[in-house]
Design a protein. Structure first.
Length: 128
């Protein structure tokens, strides 16, 4: 009888969230500080994650080009991460997409600048 009640509770918890609890448990356990996970904490983490993703998507849709296209695009999410102070912590996870050729050109320019800066600082020190 107790097993039936536990089964019903797990079913009810699954209906509260759309994300797979088993995957969330794996992610949570990947942290070395976590040794065990309470079922209620797992469900609350899943629900909080769902609500956060919904908020991010809605905010990105409203503030991006999604309204005009009636679709949410990756560019909307990356713009939100870059421009919104609230979502700034996602900027490394949701970078703006650029062409590989443009990225390589930027890397080359940065290396040249670094080489020039290093060369000038060495020369300045030699003059002193």
């Amino acid at each position: 009888m107790a097993d039936a009640a536990v089964g019903r509770d797990k079913g009810a918890e699954q209906r509260l969230v759309s994300l797979p609890l088993s995957r969330i448990r794996v992610i949570m356990k990947s942290s070395p500080e976590v040794s065990s996970i309470n079922q209620e904490a797992l469900v609350l983490t899943a629900k909080a994650t769902e609500l956060f993703v919904q908020y991010l998507a809605a905010y990105s849709y409203r503030h991006g080009s999604g309204k005009e296209k009636r679709a949410l695009a990756y560019s909307d999410l990356s713009s939100t991460a870059e421009e919104s102070e609230t979502f700034q912590f996602l900027a490394d996870i949701l970078p703006k997409k650029i062409l590989a050729s443009k990225y390589l050109k930027t890397l080359k320019e940065k290396r040249e600048e670094d080489e020039n800066d290093n060369g000038e600082s060495d020369g300045d020190e030699a003059e002193s």
